[in-house]
Design a protein around this ligand. Structure first.
Ligand SMILES: *Cc1c(COP(=O)(O)O)cnc(C)c1O
Length: 358
């Protein structure tokens, strides 16, 4: 896909009177607590979108009957802007986020967001708040687009009105170091025919109980298994999972219950094309993982997602499983280097993944 910047038909901008940036230490921001000066706002009624607007970041006022507050008809996306070494803001595969957002919208019977509002709006917003992108290597500007049912109506039916916002937040590294995952045979994240492959708000609140249990067992997060047999690995939090078993990389297939990660897709392409690895997208039981652990053929296990890029797993525990992963993670290190290198414009970008906002 071309990385040419489509010039959006100028979006109306209401600028802040005074930037809050001087009060922020971009090298030390807590994740998700500090937001940049502006946000994008757009509204859709009966399938017709109003002109989007960029406005000062601030509270949203809602009628108490607003549909999303009752029935969670809401979806979101997550992406990042970086600064290249020459100071150009860049996005990574933003079209893929736009397409996924609209697949989620379709599944949740919501209005789809037009390209010029999603992509045009985000490009304009990031350009405007480019000073908020941390210039240090591990920092980035996290971009959070979200869409929700805004009809002030508590009837149980899809909303007639939707609101779309994009806010951005400077962030440092999301995860520090490796994580331990709790295997539960009881709770599930998503079932076949459900909304597991949509980036729908309800998927996250539904996972909190399992996460609470994981924390009580001293783990950072849950390794979710399938809903029928409680055996096959699905994913973890906001990451897709990859396992290096023998000389292959194995990752669960996208079968409707797993979020189709853009990092997952990018990693599979790099592993196959640039790193000469065989990647198997196939069902993987937790017994196979544990067996490979015992046999010494499980070399690495890691999560992939926008927030942390590549996150090493140190331990899997629970559900009758106890696996400790080797400390050496050569494949992850190379994959992270390659993904980060392409993002930052330090490596060639043969797939046209990088969208430069010059
Ligand atoms: C967003 C998300 C991912 C990762 O997707 P990326 O596009 O790589 O960021 C994985 N799992 C879940 C449940 C997610 O919400």
């Amino acid at each position: 896909m071309s990385s040419a910047v489509t010039s959006s038909p100028a979006i109306r901008v209401r600028r802040v009177a005074e930037s809050r940036l001087p009060q922020v230490d971009l090298a030390n921001v807590p994740f998700g607590r500090v937001y940049s000066d502006h946000m994008l706002s757009a509204r859709c009624e009966d399938g017709v979108w109003d002109e989007p607007e960029i406005v000062p970041f601030g509270d949203i006022s809602l009628h108490p009957a607003t549909a999303v507050l009752h029935y969670a008809q809401a979806i979101f996306e997550g992406m990042k802007a970086h600064l290249t070494d020459d100071g150009t803001p860049v996005l990574f595969r933003p079209e893929a986020n736009w397409r996924r957002m609209n697949r989620s919208a379709c599944r949740m019977v919501m209005a789809e967001v037009p390209e010029e509002i999603f992509l045009g709006g985000i490009r304009e917003l990031v350009r405007l708040d480019r000073e908020w992108i941390p210039a240090n290597e591990h920092g980035s500007l996290y971009i959070r687009p979200f869409l929700f049912a805004s009809d002030p109506y508590i009837g149980v039916s899809p909303s007639r009105e939707y609101r779309f916002y994009v806010m951005t937040a400077p962030v440092g590294a999301y995860y520090e170091g490796s994580v331990s995952l709790y295997v539960t045979r009881k709770w599930i994240r998503a079932a076949e025919g459900g909304i597991g492959e949509a980036k729908a708000a309800g998927n996250y609140s539904a996972s909190y109980y399992g996460m609470k249990e994981a924390r009580e067992h001293g783990c950072d997060n849950v390794l979710w298994l399938d809903s029928r047999e409680h055996r096959f690995v699905e994913e973890c939090g906001t990451m897709n999972m990859m396992f290096v078993i023998g000389d292959r990389v194995v990752t669960p297939p996208l079968g409707g219950t797993i979020l189709p990660g853009i990092t997952r897709d990018s990693a599979i392409q790099l592993l196959r094309d640039q790193m000469g690895r065989t990647v198997e997208e196939r069902p993987l039981s937790i017994e196979e993982v544990a067996g490979a652990g015992e046999a010494g053929t499980l070399h690495e296990c890691f999560g992939v997602g926008t927030a942390a890029v590549v996150t090493p797993v140190a331990r899997l525990t629970g559900g009758g499983v106890e696996v400790r992963l080797p400390e050496e993670t050569p494949l992850q290190n190379e994959l992270r280097d390659r993904l980060t290198g392409i993002r930052l414009g330090r490596r060639p970008d043969p797939y046209g993944w990088v969208d430069r906002l010059a």
